[in-house]
Ligand binder design. Structure first.
Ligand SMILES: C[S@@+](CC[C@H](N)C(=O)[O-])C[C@H]1O[C@@H](n2cnc3c(N)ncnc32)[C@H](O)[C@@H]1O
Length: 476
């Protein structure tokens, strides 16, 4: 769209806008892209009725417009170019080496495969992941495969969710994949159900929203391609460090062909697979044999310069300094029986949870529950501690007690369902996901703002509904 009005971008406004955009999305406009930025801003300024770009900036940063218009602007400025099987050697490596290796590792264990396409644009990448898995996974029906596609662009996600593409957008797709995994519809092609049911889409901003661990769990493979290329080095480094926390040990990170971790992170090793180079999360020896639990409440990492701290201050996550304080506070070992009040016990339990000391959290919560016969809050925290400690049966028991104390505790329903799913009890999990949907729909949108952190209530409801529809195929 060419704006009818001529909008000028002063030097001062260029600096203000690019700082705001970089802070809230990672996307950085260097000087060579100044005119591109001006045109994008002019479109949105015209659409909102602003007379100048300065006026538009004020509108953009003033409450209550901030969130909505900023979302539209980022949507408008992001580059959404993508295609099916983009960079084919990477998908060859995925099919030939990565999936078989993960499958071998998981034989005999709970058969789940989780892949995250971060910055998935209009969906071609996560659908390609699903097709690749179906191409090579033996007995896919006996596996719990989940692919999460996330993006900050609402318009891209709407296309992705619809899963319909005109012929011109099928570039990269060979005849066989088109025949097997697409159906002709309305003059174009729609992704077939067996592919579609493996993929779930959600709005998520990887720079400001933290990791989707509490919702998605940890994952085996991350595709984040052609995204960090638009970021400053610092922001890219921050995002890559975050990925390390959500990747399972031995998990793989795929970047775009012009993106590298050189000078960014030494935690990954670079592996050559066929014609592709892929990063692998290798574990320090001391951690081998131990299940690595990435805990979003603990792993904050430093903020890249300029990353929006507002959101973070509102969230329940903690920065490094706060974590140091917590360690000091928790090591002052007061006997539990002498902890002044139930409130003090709960706060001690929360601190221990934040520090990853689940045994101690459980001890505090046992004491709190024995004192007053238990409260929904104490049982819920106890459930989380058991869940993080991988004692899923005990976690389910505590979450059920939470519901007994507070039948509207929708997050407890969600966690019961999640634990049942992790135990492979899909039929019961589906029943509980249904209850979670029912309960969540009755909640005020802000009820779980702190607990959900990176996700909003609607995303959680969508996820539960998706599980209800798709876990059925996992039941033998
Ligand atoms: C060029 S596309 C890449 C699509 C796909 N990964 C591929 O390689 O074909 C970049 C996508 O990243 C998304 N993106 C950029 N910054 C993001 C952020 N902070 N959080 C989520 N998505 C982001 C953009 O909206 C855009 O859809």
């Amino acid at each position: 769209m060419i704006p009818a009005k001529q909008y000028e971008l002063t030097e001062e406004d260029f600096e203000r806008f690019r700082k705001l955009i970089s802070q809230s999305s990672g996307i950085f406009f260097d000087r060579s892209k100044r005119d591109l930025l001006r045109l994008g801003l002019a479109d949105r300024a015209e659409a909102t009725g602003a007379d100048t770009l300065s006026q538009y900036f004020d509108m953009l940063t003033s409450v209550p417009n901030r969130e909505i218009e900023l979302r539209r602007l980022l949507d408008h400025l992001s580059v959404q170019e993508t295609q099916f099987f983009r960079n084919l050697p990477q998908f060859d490596a995925l099919r030939k080496y990565v999936i078989p290796e993960i499958v071998r590792r998981k034989v005999g264990n709970f058969r789940s495969l989780r892949l995250w396409s971060a910055g998935c644009s209009t969906g071609q990448e996560p659908y390609t992941l699903a097709m690749s898995i179906l191409d090579v996974l033996p007995d896919p029906d006996t596996w719990n495969v989940q692919i999460l596609g996330t993006d900050l662009s609402d318009t891209a996600l709407a296309v992705a969710k619809r899963g319909w593409y005109p012929e011109a957008k099928l570039t990269g797709l060979d005849r066989e994949h088109r025949r097997r995994y697409f159906r002709e519809q309305d003059g174009g092609y729609v992704v077939a159900e067996p592919v579609r049911r493996l993929v779930h889409f959600s709005r998520h901003n990887m720079v400001t929203d933290g990791l989707p661990i509490s919702i998605f769990g940890t994952c085996d493979v991350i595709f984040c391609r052609n995204v960090i290329i638009y970021y400053t080095h610092e922001t890219a480094k921050y995002v890559i460090e975050q990925f390390f926390d959500i990747l399972n040990p031995g998990g793989y990170l795929f970047l775009g062909h012009s993106e590298t971790l050189w000078k960014m992170s030494a935690k990954y090793s670079l592996v050559e697979m066929g014609d592709a180079f892929i990063y692998k999360k290798s574990l320090p020896r001391s951690m081998e044999g131990r299940r690595f639990i990435a805990d979003r409440r603990l792993r904050e990492g430093p903020l890249p310069a300029g990353v929006d701290s507002d959101r973070r201050q509102n969230s329940n996550r903690r920065n490094a300094k706060q974590i140091q304080d917590l360690i000091k506070e928790s090591s002052a070992d007061e006997p539990l029986a002498e902890a002044a009040s139930d409130g003090a016990l709960l706060s001690k339990a929360r601190t221990s949870l934040d520090l990853g000391d689940y045994e101690k959290a459980i001890e505090c919560l046992n004491e709190a529950n024995s004192r007053d016969g238990g409260s929904a809050e104490a049982y819920f925290l106890q459930g989380l501690a058991f869940e993080c400690n991988n004692d899923l049966e005990a976690a389910i028991d505590s979450f059920r007690k939470t519901i007994y104390c507070d039948s509207t505790h929708s997050l407890a329903y969600f966690h019961v369902a999640n634990c049942l799913e992790r135990l492979g009890r899909f039929k019961s999990a589906i029943r509980e996901y249904r209850s979670a949907v029912k309960a969540l729909k009755k909640d005020e949108s802000t009820r779980w703002e702190i607990e959900l952190d990176a996700f909003d209530l609607d995303s959680l409801i969508n996820l539960c509904q998706w599980k209800v529809e798709n876990l059925g195929s996992m039941e033998n």
